[in-house]
Design a protein around this ligand. Sequence first.
Ligand code: HEM
Length: 407
Amino acid sequence: MTSTVRPEGAPAPALPEFPMPRATGCPFDPPPALKAEQERGPLRTVRLWDGTTPWLATRYADQRALLSDPRVSADVTRPGYPSPAPVRGSSFSFILMDDPEHARQRRMVTAPFTIKRVEAMRPAVQRIVDGLIDTMLSGPPRTDLVQSFALPVPSLVICELLGVPYTDHDFFQENSKTIISRSATPEERGAAHAKLIGYLDELVGHKTAAPADDLLSKLGTRVEAGELSRREAAEMGVLLLLAGHETTANMIALGTLALLEHPGQLALLRDTEDPKTVAGAVEELLRYLNITHGGRRRVALEDIECAGEVIRAGDGIIVPNDIGNRDPEVFTDPDRLDLRRDARRHVAFGFGVHQCLGQPLARMELQVVYSTLYRRIPTLRLDADPKELPFKHDGSVYGVHELPVAW
Ligand code: HEM
């Protein structure tokens, strides 16, 4: 697939396998082999699980250029698309579509994610966060922060916004986990996806019959108007439910771990009441942790010149935002967590037309969490050996499965 000319008969150089493992003891840093590729050059090639060899765009500037290039497709059904794992019968709505259909569907769900609407939700999110902390403080002085806090905050919020009963959270969390796990078999992933689709399809049906003031009811109205099929509405629901809680939950737990391991940085957050300082800290944590660590996946629709090479039409492209966010050309001393730096240019929410729809909501939730948790529990500490923590190496969203804490 590559445009590089090799002398006849010369052996093909071994390509690095992607994704690469993180170094033991460095849970917040991208894999060393990935960073080595960035040092070797802006456009590399890697080998995937199925033997295909897509391009890897290692530098921040090229990553943004490719993700905003209309000649680059996010359509998972196109030949050459670098699939992260074997798939069977799953579809993830408009995140894996191109314009104009992507834009048409995305527009149907943008309203609740505008900054104005999200700010109106801030007091309710503050109440949720305070309520969960009250519950933690009223029990024994130790807990698994993932189950008691990191997962319930975004799950409660996205359930409220979509109109999904929170009492079903065990069901959708279990199935979400399987869908984003790289170690689940295609059959397991397909079955989990089918269960979630069935569940949301039924809910959209109920909402169409008895609409409420929530996003699924609005999608139900679109179905009735013939603008969407029930299946498309259910797929959008799955995308929002999954994207809305898995990502933010991992940012809360992994962010807390990173802060507990950098006590000077945690003190900055705990001791401030300045919303701008908190907002800046959230951007830096997003940059530093970049939890969507599997890379943005794309395929070229036409020949594209990039970094002195030609990406041919049909070539797969992987854009690993985790190393984009550690590009020394853009961020000084990029491997240092520095809550005071201006990190707003980070690409943790992607870039271009598929840039995260939920980012105003995610930012607000994280600002509320990070400005409340350590202030209300100033003695919060890790209650485990950091080397023993179970990290989510096998999923498309990085984080910790459990975070034992005490106070
Ligand atoms: C800290 C939390 C979050 C992170 C790090 C994150 C990250 C991302 C990234 C990297 C993308 C781009 C995918 C691509 O280009 O292929 C994306 C897209 C998306 N995110 Fe998020 N996300 C977060 C929270 C949320 C929340 C709370 C929602 C709300 C429901 C959400 C909904 C979406 C949707 C719908 C898309 C697809 C957008 C499109 O294709 O047009 N995300 N997210």
